[in-house]
Design a protein around this ligand. Structure first.
Ligand SMILES: *[C@@H]1O[C@H](CO)[C@@H](O)[C@H](O)[C@H]1NC(C)=O
Ligand SMILES: *[C@@H]1O[C@H](CO)[C@@H](O)[C@H](O)[C@H]1NC(C)=O
Ligand SMILES: *[C@@H]1O[C@H](CO)[C@@H](O)[C@H](O)[C@H]1NC(C)=O
Ligand SMILES: *[C@@H]1O[C@H](CO)[C@@H](O)[C@H](O)[C@H]1NC(C)=O
Ligand SMILES: *[C@@H]1O[C@H](CO)[C@@H](O)[C@H](O)[C@H]1NC(C)=O
Ligand SMILES: *[C@@H]1O[C@H](CO)[C@@H](O)[C@H](O)[C@H]1NC(C)=O
Ligand SMILES: *[C@@H]1O[C@H](CO)[C@@H](O)[C@H](O)[C@H]1NC(C)=O
Ligand SMILES: *[C@@H]1O[C@H](CO)[C@@H](O)[C@H](O)[C@H]1NC(C)=O
Length: 449
C-alpha cells in the first residue's frame, strides 16, 4: 500500500504543479495584458470615415468591426460613445440613433438630432423604417464573431456632423467608449489612419475617403468584473465515475437560506422571481453553463466524443453561442454531427483548437432551463486516430482548455480525471520507468534537504 501511494503521489504532485503553473501563467497573461493566446489579434475596431465635407462640417460613416474570432456582441447590443473635441452636433443619423438629444436650445431653425458633448449611439433593429437606414446597418447591435460569420461581424451607420465654425478639416472625437452594453472593452485613442479605400467598377477603380480615424477596443474579463460563467465535467466509457465540475467554480451557495442566489430543485419557475436577475439552478459549481465531455467509444481507426452544453439559467437564452476546445486530437477529418465547426489557426500551440457553434434553425440558441429541465445542445464527434499520439492514458483524451462565448471554463484538476482501469496501466513499461525516475529524483531531492 505504501509503495503504491509512493508511486502515485510524486506523479500526481508533479502533474498538479505543472498544470497549476501552466494555468496560472495563462491567467496572469490574460489579466495583466488582456491577452488571449488563442486570439492574439482580437479587437473591435471603430473606424470614422469622412465621406463628404459639408458647409459646416462633414458626413462620416462609422464602422464597428469585430475582429475577435470567437467573442461576439450579443443582445441587447453595442453602445458607442465619445466626447466631441469642439462644439460639434449631429444633424442627422442613418442606421443608428443617439440615445439623448441633449440641449439644442441655441438652434432656432433646424434642430439637430443630438447636441450632447458626449453622445451615445445605439443600433437600430432590422425592422427600422427604410428611410432611417444606411448601408450595412441595423443589426440590433449584434456583432457576430469573425470566425463564425464574417459578413455579420460588422455594423455601420452614417452621421452628418456640423457646427464646426469655418474649419472643415474636422477634429477627431476623443475618449471612445464601447459598452456591450456592460463594461469590459477599453478603447485606444482615436487616431488618424490611412484613408479607407473602396473598390468600384468591378474592382477596377479605387476610391478613397477624405479622412479616416480609427480606434481599437480590446476586451478584458477582469474589467467586465465577470465571475466565471462556465465549467467543465468529464466522463469516459472506461470508468464509471464521472468527474464533476470543480466545487464553487462560479461561486458558492450562500449558507444563508434567506438570500436567494439560486433556484432549488423542484422550485416552480414562477412570477415571484425578480425579473431582471439571472437565476441559476442550485448546484455545487453554481455555473450558468456547463460543458460535458464524454469519451464515448473506441474503434480501430476512430474514437468518439459526446459534447454537451447545458444551460442552468432560468432567465437567459444564449443565442449564437460558441464553444472553443483545445485538444491535440482534432484535425480536418473530424466528423461533427450536430454543430457547425472550424479549426482555428494556432500560433503558439501545437494543440489543435476547434470552434463549435449551432446550426441555423436547429440549435443556434441554447435555451433557458425550464422547471427541472436544463436547456442543452449536444453533438457527437468522430475523430480519426493518429497512431503516433493517440492514447487513453494520463487523461490524453480530455480537453486541455474550453471556452464558452470567449470566457474560460473552469476545468477539473488532472488528478481527478477519469482514469483507466488498473490492469491496463500496468502494461506500460515506459510509464513505470518514468515513475521510477521521478521517484528516484524525489528521493534525491528529499535526501539532500
Ligand atoms: C485589430 O485587429 C486587426 C485584425 O486582426 C489587426 O490587423 C489590428 O492590428 C488590430 N489592432 C490593434 C490595435 O490591435
Ligand atoms: C442650454 O444651452 C443654452 C445655451 O447653449 C444655455 O443657455 C442653457 O442654460 C442650457 N440649458 C440647460 C438646461 O442646460
Ligand atoms: C426615422 O426617420 C423619421 C423621418 O425620416 C424621423 O422622424 C424619426 O425620428 C427617425 N427615427 C429614428 C429612430 O431615427
Ligand atoms: C483647423 O484644423 C486644423 C486641423 O484639424 C488645425 O491644425 C487648425 O489649427 C484649425 N484651425 C483653426 C482656425 O481652428
Ligand atoms: C478623456 O478621458 C480622460 C481620462 O478619463 C480625461 O482626463 C480627459 O479629460 C477626457 N477628455 C475629454 C475631452 O473629455
Ligand atoms: C428564451 O426562448 C424561449 C423560446 O424561444 C422563450 O419562450 C423565452 O421567453 C426566452 N427567454 C428569454 C429570457 O428571453
Ligand atoms: C455553418 O457556418 C457557416 C459560417 O457561418 C455558414 O455559412 C453555414 O451555413 C453554416 N452551416 C450550417 C449547416 O448551419
Ligand atoms: C487501482 O488500484 C488501487 C490500489 O492498487 C485501488 O485502490 C483502486 O481501487 C484500483 N482502481 C480500479 C479502477 O481498479
Amino acid at each position: 500500500m505504501a509503495i503504491a501511494l509512493f508511486r502515485i503521489r510524486p506523479f500526481a504532485l508533479m502533474s498538479i504543479l505543472l498544470v497549476a503553473m501552466y494555468s496560472l501563467s495563462g491567467i496572469l497573461l490574460f489579466l495583466i495584458y488582456c491577452y488571449d493566446p488563442m486570439d492574439p489579434n482580437g479587437n473591435i475596431t471603430v473606424t470614422f470615415d469622412i465621406v463628404h465635407w459639408t458647409p459646416d462640417g462633414y458626413v462620416a460613416r462609422v464602422t464597428i468591426q469585430n475582429y475577435y474570432q470567437y467573442r461576439h456582441v450579443d443582445k441587447p447590443g453595442w453602445k458607442l460613445g465619445w466626447t466631441w473635441a469642439k462644439d460639434e452636433v449631429i444633424w442627422s443619423i442613418g442606421g443608428a440613433f443617439a440615445t439623448e438629444g441633449g440641449n439644442c436650445s441655441s438652434f432656432k431653425n433646424e434642430i439637430p438630432h443630438c447636441c450632447k458633448k458626449e453622445p451615445v449611439i445605439v443600433d437600430l433593429t432590422p425592422e427600422a423604417s427604410p428611410e432611417n437606414k444606411s448601408e450595412d446597418c441595423c443589426r440590433g447591435g449584434i456583432l457576430y464573431s469573425s470566425a463564425i460569420n464574417p459578413s455579420m461581424s460588422f455594423s455601420s451607420f452614417e452621421m452628418k456632423v456640423g457646427n464646426l465654425e469655418g474649419n472643415t478639416s474636422g477634429n477627431a472625437p476623443k475618449n471612445l467608449t464601447l459598452m456591450t452594453p456592460g463594461p469590459g472593452y477599453t478603447c485606444g485613442p482615436i487616431l488618424d489612419a490611412e484613408p479607407t479605400v473602396t473598390l468600384h467598377i468591378g474592382g477596377r477603380r479605387q476610391v478613397q475617403v477624405f479622412r479616416t480615424w480609427k480606434s481599437a477596443c480590446t476586451y478584458s474579463s477582469f474589467l467586465a468584473n465577470r465571475t466565471p460563467t462556465c465549467c467543465v465535467s468529464l466522463s469516459a466509457f472506461y470508468n464509471p465515475i464521472i468527474t464533476f465540475c470543480p466545487l464553487c467554480s462560479c461561486g458558492c451557495r450562500e449558507a444563508d437560506k434567506q438570500t436567494q442566489t439560486c433556484i432549488r430543485d423542484g422550485y416552480p419557475a414562477s412570477s415571484d422571481i425578480t425579473q431582471n436577475l439571472d437565476m441559476v439552478k442550485c448546484t455545487g459549481h453554481m455555473c450558468p453553463v456547463r460543458v460535458h465531455w464524454h469519451v464515448k467509444s473506441n474503434y480501430m481507426e476512430h474514437w468518439r466524443i459526446k459534447l454537451t452544453i447545458s444551460n442552468y439559467n432560468y432567465r437567459r437564452n444564449y443565442s449564437n453561442w460558441n464553444v472553443l476546445v483545445q485538444h491535440p486530437g482534432f484535425n480536418q477529418d473530424a466528423t461533427i454531427y450536430s454543430f457547425n465547426s472550424t479549426l482555428l489557426p494556432t500560433v503558439e500551440f501545437e494543440d489543435e483548437v476547434a470552434l463549435f457553434w449551432g446550426i441555423k434553425y436547429y440549435n443556434e440558441e441554447l435555451l433557458q432551463a425550464v422547471n427541472n429541465e436544463l436547456g442543452s445542445v449536444s453533438t457527437e464527434i468522430l475523430l480519426p486516430k493518429n497512431s503516433n499520439t493517440f492514447t487513453f492514458s494520463n487523461g490524453w483524451a480530455f480537453p486541455r482548455r474550453i471556452y464558452f462565448n470567449g470566457e474560460n471554463c473552469e476545468m477539473p484538476l488532472p488528478d481527478t480525471f477519469p482514469t483507466l482501469p488498473n490492469d491496463s496501466s500496468k502494461q506500460r513499461p515506459f510509464c513505470c520507468l518514468l515513475f521510477v525516475f521521478i521517484t528516484l529524483s524525489f528521493k534525491i531531492l528529499f535526501a539532500s534537504h
